[in-house]
Design a protein around this ligand. Structure first.
Ligand SMILES: C[S@@+](CC[C@H](N)C(=O)[O-])C[C@H]1O[C@@H](n2cnc3c(N)ncnc32)[C@H](O)[C@@H]1O
Length: 309
C-alpha cells in the first residue's frame, strides 16, 4: 500500500479555499450556506463529545495535546480546559486569527499559523517529554496519501507511551473520491483509511461513526438537491434549511441508521458522505523500535560516561 492511490490535491487551491472560508462554527464544518440555525454547529460539537471523551478517558490532566488543523479552535479550547498544555496548528490565516483570539485567555495554549506538512513538533510538548493526545479533526482529507503517511510517521517519535491519536474524517462507502474544483478534498472509505493508517505505523484501536455529523450531513444533501431544483429567489434557505435541519434532528439518533439502511435497500447511497472517528496507537512494532532506540541512547550515554572517567 505504499504507492499513491488517490488523485492529487492542488494544495494552492486547498489553501485558497480555507483562506476565504467564513470563520464561523459552521464554516470549518462545511455547513455554512444551508440555512441551518447556529445551534447546528453546537449540536454537532455536543454529538462528537461522546466519541472524544471516550477516546481521552484514560489521559491525565498533565497530558500535552497537539491539535493539528485546529480551525477556529473549538476543540483546542475544549482541550485547554482539561489538559496541561495544548499546541494548535492552523494554516488558514482567517481561521488562525479567530483561534488565537479564542485561546488568548488560556496560558497553556500555544498556536502556530503553519502548514502541518512543514510543522516540526520537536521541543513543543510538555515537561513529560511527548504528546499524550494528537487530534486531527478533519485534516487528513486535505492531504495527499503520501503526506498523510509522512505526517503520521513524523508524529510517532513525539508520542508518549500510551498516547492516543484521534482522527475524525469524512468518509465514503467505497474506495477514494477526490473533488478537484475550487474546493479540493479527498474522501476515502473507512477501509482505505485503515490501510493507510496501518501503513503509517499505527494500530487502529477503534472506528466509530460520527452520528451527529451524519444527521446534519443528510440535511446538507437535501438542501443541495433543493438548491439544484429551485431557482435562487424561491429557495428561501433560512426557512427550508431550518425545516430540513429540525426535521432530521427530531429523529436523531435513530434516523442516522434507519435512513441510510432504507436508502441502501432502495439501491441508493444516502447520505453520500459519512464521517468516522479513528482511534490510533503506534503499532507494537513502532513502539518496540522506539524503545530500542531509547535503550541505544542510554547505552551510548553510559559508554560516554565510562570513557570520560
Ligand atoms: C474541517 S476543518 C476542521 C477544523 C477543526 N479541526 C475542527 O474539528 O473544528 C479542517 C481544518 O484543517 C485546516 N487545514 C487544511 N489543510 C491544512 C494544512 N496542510 N496545514 C494546516 N491546517 C490545514 C483547514 O484550514 C481547516 O481549518
Amino acid at each position: 500500500m505504499a504507492g499513491e492511490t488517490s488523485p492529487q490535491l492542488d494544495y494552492s487551491k486547498v489553501r485558497a479555499y480555507w483562506k476565504r472560508v467564513r470563520p464561523s462554527m459552521l464554516g470549518p464544518y462545511m455547513m455554512d450556506g444551508f440555512g441551518f440555525p447556529a445551534s447546528a454547529g453546537r449540536f454537532r460539537f455536543r454529538g462528537e463529545l461522546s466519541a472524544v471523551t471516550e477516546a481521552i478517558q484514560n489521559l491525565g490532566p498533565d497530558t500535552a495535546v497537539l491539535d493539528l488543523g485546529s480551525g477556529v479552535g473549538v476543540w483546542t479550547e475544549y482541550f485547554a480546559q482539561r489538559f496541561a498544555k495544548v499546541v494548535a496548528v492552523e494554516a488558514s490565516s482567517a481561521l488562525y486569527d479567530v483561534l488565537k483570539d479564542r485561546c488568548s485567555r488560556y496560558p497553556n495554549v500555544t498556536t502556530y499559523n503553519r502548514d502541518v506538512r512543514s510543522f516540526d513538533p520537536d521541543g513543543k510538548f510538555g515537561a513529560s517529554g511527548g504528546f499524550g493526545l494528537v487530534f486531527l479533526g478533519g485534516l487528513l482529507m486535505y492531504l495527499n496519501d503520501r503526506d498523510v503517511r509522512a505526517l503520521l510517521r513524523r508524529l510517532i517519535p513525539h508520542l508518549e507511551p500510551g498516547a492516543v491519536v484521534l482522527c475524525r474524517e469524512s468518509t465514503i462507502q467505497h474506495g477514494v473520491q477526490a473533488l478537484q474544483g475550487d474546493y479540493q478534498v479527498v474522501y476515502r472509505s473507512v477501509e482505505t483509511y485503515r490501510n493507510m493508517l496501518v501503513d503509517a505505523g499505527f494500530d487502529v484501536v477503534s472506528v466509530r461513526a460520527n452520528t451527529a455529523y451524519i444527521n446534519v450531513q443528510m440535511a446538507c444533501e437535501l438542501i443541495k438537491k433543493w438548491k439544484s431544483l429551485a431557482p435562487g429567489p424561491f429557495q428561501c434557505l433560512p426557512i427550508v434549511g431550518r425545516f430540513a435541519y429540525w426535521g432530521l434532528r427530531l429523529g436523531y439518533p435513530w434516523n442516522t441508521r434507519l435512513i441510510p439502511w432504507l436508502s441502501a435497500k432502495m439501491g441508493r447511497e444516502f447520505p453520500r458522505l459519512t464521517n468516522h472517528f479513528f482511534v490510533l496507537k503506534p503499532s507494537l512494532h513502532e513502539a518496540a523500535a522506539r524503545r530500542d532506540a531509547s535503550l541505544r541512547d542510554v547505552r551510548i550515554e553510559a559508554e560516554i560516561f565510562e570513557n570520560a572517567r
